[in-house]
Design a binder for this molecule. Structure first.
Ligand code: HPA
Length: 236
């Protein structure tokens, strides 16, 4: 049944959903992977697409930006549409000196400066963690394709602007690979609903090394590499 934010009929989504932030990118991913896909939802310009990739059902739907937006779509997909896996595909800012622009980051866990996960068990700082099964499938594909990848913690921040660079340096010292804005909420929602989640990110810029940059063409090619990892996780 349609929900407040998804106007698709029951059964319109595949068990696995790829979830970029940007609705235009969601449409491009869907058309690239599944030329015969169907648009199943279009509330607020957030298109949902379902088709088959290599003979298996797959859906693509954007999250919008930030944890509150992603939480709305992920909750409705898990609770109303029987979705079992959400794989976020997006970009992150590099933090760790090991990470270079264009590399792929698999977020095994997600720190957050948001309070979004704090009320579930009062007094407990829950570990927002990816599904190991999905992470393993993504990493196996990265090795097969010889793509530069990193696996480890990311941080899901509430603010894009206005963060203290000293905090970013401290996060780097603690082994944090990159910064984005959605992963921690996604991981906790998957835990709450007995589902699986993963975040696969292309490093689009480096917060502590602005000499690194990536052309728009590189951005698209590298993004395709990350997408291969995400599809491997979706169908493992
Ligand atoms: N924060 C900072 N830089 C970034 C981000 C972010 O969320 N995503 C891509 N580059």
């Amino acid at each position: 049944m349609p929900t407040p934010h998804i106007n698709a009929p029951d059964g319109a989504f595949a068990p696995a959903v790829l979830m970029p932030g940007d609705p235009k990118r969601a449409e491009r991913i869907a058309q690239m992977l599944m030329p015969d896909c169907e648009k199943v939802s279009d509330v607020r310009g957030i298109g949902g697409f379902t088709g088959e990739y290599e003979g298996k059902p797959l859906s693509v739907m954007a999250s919008g930006m930030g944890q509150p937006s992603l939480s709305i779509y992920a909750t409705e997909l898990f609770t109303q549409y029987g979705v079992k896996r959400i794989i976020r595909v997006g970009t992150c800012g590099g933090i760790s000196p090991k990470v270079k622009v264009g590399d792929v980051v698999v977020g095994l866990g997600a720190h957050t400066d948001s309070s979004i996960n704090t009320r579930l068990v009062p007094g407990v700082h829950l570990a927002a963690t990816a599904s190991w099964e999905l992470a393993e499938a993504a990493v196996t594909r990265a090795r097969e394709k010889e793509l530069p990848y990193h696996v480890g913690p990311i941080i899901s921040r509430d603010r894009f602007y206005g963060n203290d660079p000293k905090d970013t340096e401290r996060l780097a010292e603690l082994g944090t690979l990159g910064v984005e804005m959605e992963g921690a909420a996604l991981y906790m929602l998957a835990a709450q609903h007995g589902a699986q989640a993963l975040t696969v990110l292309t490093v689009s810029d480096h917060l502590l090394d602005s000499s690194q940059d990536m052309s728009p063409e590189d951005r698209e090619t590298r993004f395709t590499g990350a997408l291969e990892l995400a599809v491997a996780a979706a169908h493992c």
